[in-house]
Design a protein around this ligand. Structure first.
Ligand code: HEC
Length: 216
């Protein structure tokens, strides 16, 4: 591991650990999670002139964040929304969940988690967008978001990545496919009156999870 630029986020993780090898370990953990997200370490590496180049640390942080967020998201959709709403039929999910005493939508769960992340880490940002948004605010706003949403529909197995400057900060930005991992996703999006598309099938890409990691 070279002493390549490390983001504030990774430094903070490393600073909290006690062992002298902590920083290397923090990076290794992020790398392992990132590899898991892609289903194999090799897909995460680029071969350069016969050798293998390590992906940038921002990419590994984004991959690790996506692995955790998407696992939580799939579990919530399957074990909470699909089970209680579609199988046991005891409680449904709805946009006005507080007033109507319903379950929050999976998208709202992700947004609430994104707000919590932003409170603790100003150098990280998460958004859930789509080319077919129920909520028009969830359409792409930047060029990378637009290109990324298109790219993950065509290649759902790999994220679309790039760099962009927002405000005065340069970000590494990655867009990951957001797939209909449970029947609840497809049922609700197809039936929703504000949805611009009604022919989603299970496993289809409904949109993209955008993860931004500030560059040093
Ligand atoms: C019970 C209805 C319902 C279920 C179940 C549901 N969604 Fe949504 N989804 C919505 C609504 C409504 C919005 C817009 C919410 C907002 O932004 O306030 C939304 C937003 C989204 C967005 C952002 C773009 C948009 O349409 O505004 C994506 C992507 C998305 N959902 C994917 C999924 C996936 C994947 C699942 C399953 C894991 C899922 N949804 C389950 C209703 C649902």
């Amino acid at each position: 591991m070279t002493d390549a630029p490390i983001s504030m986020f990774t430094r903070r993780i490393a600073a909290r650990s006690v062992s002298p090898h902590s920083r290397a370990r923090a990076v290794a953990v992020a790398a392992a999670l990132g590899a898991a997200a892609l289903g194999g370490g090799c897909a995460n590496r680029r071969a350069v002139g016969g050798t293998t180049e390590e992906p940038a640390v921002e990419r590994r942080i984004a991959d690790a964040m996506y692995a955790v967020l998407s696992a939580d998201r799939a579990t919530y959709a399957r074990e909470v929304v699909d089970r209680l709403q579609n199988q046991d039929k005891v409680l449904r999910a709805g946009e006005h969940f507080r007033d109507e005493k319903l379950l929050p939508l999976p998208a709202q769960m992700l947004r609430m988690a994104a707000e919590e992340i932003r409170k603790q880490h100003h150098d990280l940002a998460v958004a859930l967008l789509s080319e077919w948004p129920i909520n028009r605010q969830n359409a792409a706003h930047t060029d990378i978001e637009r290109a990324g949403l298109r790219a993950v529909v065509e290649h759902p197995d790999r994220p679309y990545t790039g760099e962009e400057v927002l405000g005065k900060q340069r970000f590494f930005t990655a867009v990951y496919a957001d797939k209909a991992v449970s029947n609840a996703c497809v049922d609700c999006h197809n039936k929703h009156e504000d949805s611009p598309r009604h022919d989603f099938k299970s496993g289809d890409v409904l949109g993209g999870v955008v993860i931004r990691v500030a560059k040093m």
